[in-house]
Design a protein around this ligand. Structure first.
Ligand code: DC
Length: 230
């Protein structure tokens, strides 16, 4: 069976990671959530006082990049990989509203992107990987055999994120989440370095009206086609 690279890009909270994780589990590929990597850098910056009311202390963050190690480790219980920052699981901490608020500005910084892209290319070097993010099909793996660009309406995405946070018991407001999603779309799509955009050869999936099993079946079909197993 041909091992391929699968790039899944798209807007915030459109269910990319759910689809990607499910497919990885089904076909035995490694799943890399690159958003979790930018979130981990943001958490590191928050914890080390590099983000204050005045903004991001870019120079100190630049100097600290060598101290940030991000790894993924399969959680036997969930069957999905958890994110580790310097050896400590931060899967829950990186999903808070505070991190969500700062992650897009952090992800606009060139030195942060360079470091993350280098790590991502190493992680995907051997193929057999599904990576989700914003610039995977355009910058990280422009030669990926399968590229999918996922989107859904802002209302649908906000409701999904709200349900997810509520299920985890985190207090949140639907309006605040919706505003955060719209703002992140704006920053992600207009930043100078590697803005979010569909690769010319990506297949678009608008999943606003699709169930999770429908998305899963759709993605599996695309994988079979791309890996030449049909
Ligand atoms: O997928 P997510 O919502 O967890 O991503 C968090 C942020 O990280 C998002 O606002 C944009 C940024 N990001 C990025 O710039 N490039 C990636 N490859 C992945 C995420």
């Amino acid at each position: 069976m041909k091992l391929i690279t699968i790039a899944i890009d798209g807007h915030s909270s459109c269910g990319k990671s759910t689809m990607a994780k499910d497919l990885a589990k089904e076909i035995g590929y490694i799943y890399i959530d690159t958003g979790a990597m930018y979130r981990s850098v943001t958490l590191f910056a928050l914890r080390n006082g590099l983000i204050t009311e005045a903004g991001i202390d870019e120079e100190s963050l630049r100097q600290s990049m060598a101290d940030i190690m991000i790894t993924f480790c399969l959680n036997e219980e969930t069957g999905r990989p958890d994110t580790y920052l310097n050896g400590v699981c931060v899967e829950k901490e990186i999903r808070t509203m505070e991190v969500s608020k700062w992650v897009s500005p952090i992800a606009t910084l060139g030195f942060v992107r360079e470091a993350m892209v280098d790590m991502q290319r190493l992680m995907g070097e051997a193929k057999g990987v599904i990576m989700d993010g914003r610039d995977i099909g355009t910058v990280v793996f422009p030669d990926a055999e399968l590229k999918v660009f996922v989107t859904a309406s802002a209302d649908v995405r906000a409701q999904r994120r709200y349900d997810e946070l509520m299920a985890k018991g985190e207090a949140c407001s639907l309006d605040e989440i919706r505003a955060n999603i719209i703002e992140r779309d704006r920053i992600d799509s207009t930043r100078a370095i590697s803005p979010l955009r569909k690769a010319d050869d990506a297949i678009v999936l608008d999943n606003s009206d699709m169930t999770i099993p429908e998305q899963k079946a759709w993605l599996l079909e695309q994988y079979h086609r791309a890996a030449g197993e049909d």
